[in-house]
Design a protein around this ligand. Sequence first.
Ligand SMILES: NC(=O)c1ccc[n+]([C@@H]2O[C@H](COP(=O)([O-])OP(=O)(O)OC[C@H]3O[C@@H](n4cnc5c(N)ncnc54)[C@H](O)[C@@H]3O)[C@@H](O)[C@H]2O)c1
Ligand SMILES: [Zn+2]
Length: 362
Amino acid sequence: MKIPPLPIHSGQGDYEVTFPPTVADLVSAMLAVPRAIVVIDQNVASTYAAVLEPLLSSRPTLLVSATEEEKTPLGVTRVWEFFQRSNATKQSNVLVIGGGIIQDIGQFSAHNYYRGLRWHYAPSTLLGQADSCIGAKCGINLGAFKNQLGVFHSPAHVWICLPFLETLSDVELCSGYGEIVKLHLTRSRPEIFRELANTVNTDGWRNESLAKFIRQSLEVKRVVIQEDEYEGDIRRILNYGHTFGHALEAITQHCIPHGIAVAWGIDLINFLAWRRQLIDESHFQEVHVFLARHFAWKLPNGFTVDELIDGTRRDKKVADGKLNLVLPDRIGGLRIVPTAYDETLVSDVGNYLARYNVVYWD
Ligand SMILES: NC(=O)c1ccc[n+]([C@@H]2O[C@H](COP(=O)([O-])OP(=O)(O)OC[C@H]3O[C@@H](n4cnc5c(N)ncnc54)[C@H](O)[C@@H]3O)[C@@H](O)[C@H]2O)c1
Ligand SMILES: [Zn+2]
């Protein structure tokens, strides 16, 4: 089935998301890009070595390891040095192939080199394909602080090649679904979430509707980013599940994949919304049952309520000592609510951890 292109409007220049049906088609499209240099996930380069060979053997290529340690100023410096070695010019086109980590590294590097090189992206993870590939936002880590340095730099083109997902692990697929769930609960109708949940309950992660779920996710995100490209206000709803999700990632030293932490963060925030009477118990339970079934995750070590709440203080969304929580007010509806660090917050989070927590430890 041919998937129609998705045009994205950006103040930095419009671009398109297209869907090459095979990796060979992707390679042909990339070979047509002039003055190209390639930044690619080393796992993807080795897994797809044969089919990528015409591209990687004919264009300057840097293999990058997809780790949070590489997504740092040091890792970015390695890419800048590669640009130098490759005699990159202002007219060069950077082709980035990999998941969200390689995207963040490649995009950040391209943004700064000669005040901005054009970059094109082929996401190879579900998270990259269904969420991070559009929106122009990227972040790299500084010390223990995740995504603290960042820029907005739109891609010139995005190619979503679904066959990449065939070699992606089930855990990484699950992580990508965390963002898909988020986007199916953002500015949407309850039926949209229910169809997703029913399909996954019946057919698992690798189901025939996955292409549709990816496209639906991008359509939701597209509307939001086109309204508020630089996260002035509305775009903050895309942080649904992220305040506590990021805190959990930080306090567990990234022992939980990003999208799984986000799914957990959605469950916790839904619980807080229920406690604040923004939604009723049935709404909380409906989403909770789905998340508990598919996103349960074992941590090597436990954590306390205080550690978790402390972890949110590094959040970029904290303003005037208050957390800007993204809370649901119906299935598919979200609002931003400034929330004090008070005893109610501590007690509600404590109740969630005691009664519903979908991450666990020995
Ligand atoms: N810029 C954004 O808008 C944005 C949004 C969300 C997340 N992120 C960032 O993205 C990162 C997470 O990215 P991710 O979840 O895409 O994963 P990833 O880039 O960390 O990759 C996960 C693993 O899958 C491997 N892999 C990638 N593609 C594969 C394939 N096709 N087959 C087999 N293995 C493959 C990688 O080598 C790696 O081991 C986090 O650092 C997060 O902060 C960025
Ligand atoms: Zn995310």
